[in-house]
Design a protein around this ligand. Sequence first.
Ligand code: NAP
Length: 694
Amino acid sequence: MTFPTLLDPTGAAPRQLFNYAAGEWVHGTGATAPLHHAVTGRVIAEAGSGGIDFADMVQHARTVGGPALRALTFHQRARMLKGLAQHLMARVEGYYAVSAATGATRRDGWVDIEGGIGTLFAYASRGRREFPDEPFHVEGPTETLSKGGTFVGRHICVPLEGVAVHINAFNFPVWGMLEKLAPTLLAGVPAIVKPATITSFLTEAVFADIIASGVLPAGSVQLICGSAGDLLDHLDGQCAVAFTGSADTARLLRQRDAIVQHNVRFNAEADSLNFSMLGPDATPGTEEFALFIREVANEMTSKAGQKCTAIRRTLVPESLVDEVAAAIGARLAGIVIGDPAVEGVRMGPLAAQAQVGEVQRAVDAIGHDAELVYGEVGLPDVTGADAARGAFYPILLFASADPLRRTAPHDVEAFGPVNTLMPYRTVDEAIALARRGRGSLVGSVFTGDDAVARTMALGTAAHHGRLLLANRHTATESTGHGSPLPGLVHGGPGRAGGGEEMGGARGVLHYMQRTALQGSPTTLSRVVHQHMPGAAPCGDAVHPFRKHFEELAIGETLITASRTITADDVDRFSALSGDHFYAHQSDQMARLGVFERRVAHGYLVLSASAGLFVDPAPGPVLANYGLEGLRFVQPVHPGDAIHARLTCKQKTAKDTPADGIPQGIVAWDVEVRNQADEPVAVYTILTLVRRRRG
Ligand code: NAP
């Protein structure tokens, strides 16, 4: 089937969106839902998923997508994400055109579209840096389980063998899909994407390009535009659900029989009444005051306030409420509402008429407990559009006189350009107000006083997934209150859903099973392809530094000759390094501290051990670029004889730049021992080793 790649929002007749089920583009049968252009109100598409066999979709993911993804290593999956990101990035202009029909301005669209593609890039990069070139991940250190060291433990994380169901909210039709797909696919798990119906036409457009790219193995991703029907009833304990949407829907879905019965992992990102606080020190005229005003106005109006992270509750010192209201109002007054396609328009409509009603209901409730201090309820003045036809909503700022007792602004989320000012008298009172959100995605504190930042951070952290501590020093580079970032946790406790997404490598592990392996160090080393202390060594007569990456075996061990560290060595090392620490000077001086006798510098021991194991002639080893986990276990005294034991612990192939030398990273365990064969220093060195093949 030829897929009409992009929806034409200006086209005369609405087009029915496709679903992508079990490798086929299919239309749902039966009833469809009309999808409206947010600006004109015109029906531009229809969505329906009637007649689709959801059991078959789950089975397709299990039997086709899962095995294909699990056969790839993390690095292969990461390269796949990068290829996908590049493919989509080349097509963003088309997505912007469709995005305008959701009511998004160019800037809103950038966060959604390029923010989503950026998340793919970020995970592509992390996948190669933070995970091994294996289909599984080895987590944490070896756990010692026995005195003799013959019985140890190690954790591995393997991909779940079911499917990840991603149920997304309407406000980020692209980012919402890609921020979940990136960690899921990197984990090696196939996904079924279920966007919110009202903006699914944009998700469908991007999804079509994902399939057309041919980058993903068959069965990796499927799409439902319309109702999810009985999809969740076909999941089992190898599946995961990642939900974003309202707390009510989250509650409903996580109680479904199949979810409860099979203990299906259920991650929820739900409503959030995020706070921002102006510190007591940040009075008018300070940089922090100006930054705060700008951020609050920006958070109220970007995406027309339809951001899960938007500032809903604004905490200000009691004496500054009027000044803050005036300053925010002055900024909001400059925001032109209208058709985002028209020059100068800074805020578009809500995503659909249905949302106008939802927001109005929430505003009515907030209005019982707070007074409107900016804006007017009713149709706003708009530019380039008919306010009555589009899903336009005015910008409203409330102020609560008694936020500790009048609770609606803490309880009701108006998912639009709506915010409530709340006065506080002390920092402790601000903490109490922030916590009234009963669990939020994000809070921010604008203060130049780090003591206030610390009190607020420690007082509210348990109730928030992320906290921005903003001041003049972060001003130019801060990504702001509302931006979830791929490397940081996105999620929040309590009413925010109790879930976590992204957070770098953590987000990948949500889709993996962590399993504790117990056994001998040799067996476990062979299972996980990493050398562990106590595992049987191997090797031959060839020095490991004379071997290319491919020829080195995990566990390959070199035991060096020994060298006596003399008092003269210690003197000369002091002179060379300039390190004249008293314990290296004489027995008498050493006794002034914890040592019984004069000790050699730890760095002398390190340097001398390198002199023992390094093979100096040019060869496959290109460079030593680091050292990890160094511990000086016992002192080395003048007269002690040391030798080193160098073991190939782990190998990671690196991508070769077009004009570069093919290479990989080899991690070596080094143990330096004394004449009694007791360890005196242990560490890991990392070398770059030439590969025979690129
Ligand atoms: P929603 O009505 O709860 O819908 C969320 C998703 O759930 C949609 O894809 C919806 O599909 C789907 N859904 C609803 N009933 C379902 C069912 N029985 N089975 C399977 N899927 C079902 O929320 P929304 O209106 O799209 O989004 C607005 C809310 O989301 C706001 O409250 C906001 O706070 C929250 N939100 C939270 C975050 C976050 O990261 N924490 C991000 C964005 C939004 P249909 O569209 O087909 O009904």
